[in-house]
Design a protein around this ligand. Structure first.
Ligand code: SF4
Length: 353
């Protein structure tokens, strides 16, 4: 490690956090219940998702599954529905799997340490450090993109963070974290990165660790860290069908190996490549595209042009299609992509569910 900043930073951050922390529902719930479950759920939901998007989903989820054993006993589909709109479903599938592993323990006991949490499905270094410190007081520092940015600026490191730097920052965080207040330190450094040491134009004038910051002293806050190469997007053409039978819409389960949203219940979907359609659920399907409208949508690094089609279903009933009254369809659709297609269809066809 090239340079370890003043160890006093840890206690300065803790004092700042204790005076300025935001009233977030998972903090309040943990304070009241002491249940690690409420911290774990928040940490999984917050992965790659903004706090604003998580807030309503978090309350809804805990209303449906208030305790670990409720989640473990739920069906995969019920879990997907409870997490709808948050994207990146794999993390919720793994969370459900981890809940089942934990609920099967006889006698039941929570993992307590970073190492124990790390062994569960879907729990990486960051999440294991966050839960074991916040819920069990282990002095293990969190390092995520926000923390990397704060540390790069503290040390004026004008580089793109890589794995080697991440390891250095983990060691640095583990030195800075005060043994007496690991939960507050970790939440402080995350909150500093989210609210003060933000990507563009950090708010140095109100930063509690300004005196320690080399980038502030050099005026190079916007150079550290160096920007990553912009993400390269892939264009995708997708077709979604609104199958209508009476006042109902037909939903199908996408194949587990579908390229997008595998295993979700949604609208029949095909991807177009070189003029050919490739179906995202088991067939056979032989619809011709006849678009009523289109919209744009992004999933990770894919820019999707989605074409919406309508088709009256005149065929025999099929056990592969779930018919849902139009007014209930919204609540059955897990992904934003399907919901956007449904809204477009309702608007264009002037149907009122
Ligand atoms: S002084 Fe500015 S650049 Fe340095 S840590 Fe604080 S907010 Fe970030």
């Amino acid at each position: 490690m090239q340079h370890v900043p003043d160890a006093a930073i840890g206690s300065v951050l803790v004092s700042w956090y204790q005076k300025n922390k935001r009233a977030l529902p998972w903090r309040q719930r943990f304070l009241e219940s002491g249940d690690p479950y409420v911290i774990w759920i928040s940490e999984i939901m917050l992965q790659q998702t903004t706090i604003q998007a998580v807030l309503p989903a978090y309350e809804r989820f805990l209303g449906i599954f208030p305790r670990l054993h409720d989640l473990a006993a739920a069906s995969e589909e019920a879990v997907r529905l409870a997490c709808r709109g948050l994207g990146y479903y794999r993390r919720f599938r793994l969370m459900h799997e981890a809940a089942q592993v934990l609920a099967a323990r006889e006698p039941f006991h929570w993992p307590r340490t970073f190492k124990d949490w790390r062994e569960l499905p879907g729990i990486g270094d960051y999440t294991a450090a966050a839960i074991s410190s916040i819920a069990f007081g282990e002095a293990k520092a969190v390092v995520d993109g926000n923390v990397e940015r704060v540390f790069c600026r503290l040390l004026d490191r004008r580089v793109v963070p890589d794995q080697k730097l991440k390891r250095e920052f983990q060691a640095m965080g583990d030195l800075l974290i005060p043994a007496a207040a690991p939960a507050d330190y970790n939440q402080a450094v995350m909150e500093l990165g989210q609210t003060i040491c933000i990507k563009q134009n950090p708010r140095c004038e109100i930063c509690p660790i300004q005196n320690f910051c080399k980038a502030y002293a050099a005026g190079s806050q916007n150079l550290a860290p160096a920007p990553r190469k912009p993400m390269e997007y892939e264009d995708v053409k997708m077709h979604l069908w609104l199958l209508i039978k009476g006042g109902k819409v037909g939903l199908v389960e996408r194949s587990k190996g579908a390229r997008f949203l595998g295993g979700t219940l949604g609208l029949p979907t095909a991807l177009e490549h070189d003029g050919q359609l490739r179906w995202e659920q088991d067939g056979p399907w032989n619809f011709e595209p006849d678009s009523v409208g289109s919209f744009k949508h992004s999933i990770t690094r894919h820019k999707i042009q989605a074409f919406v089609h309508q088709r009256e279903w005149l065929g025999a009933s099929s056990r592969d299609i779930t018919w849902v009254p139009l007014h209930e369809a919204e609540s059955q659709l897990v992904s934003n992509l399907d919901r956007k297609a449904l809204h477009l269809f309702l608007k264009i066809s002037d149907r009122h569910p």
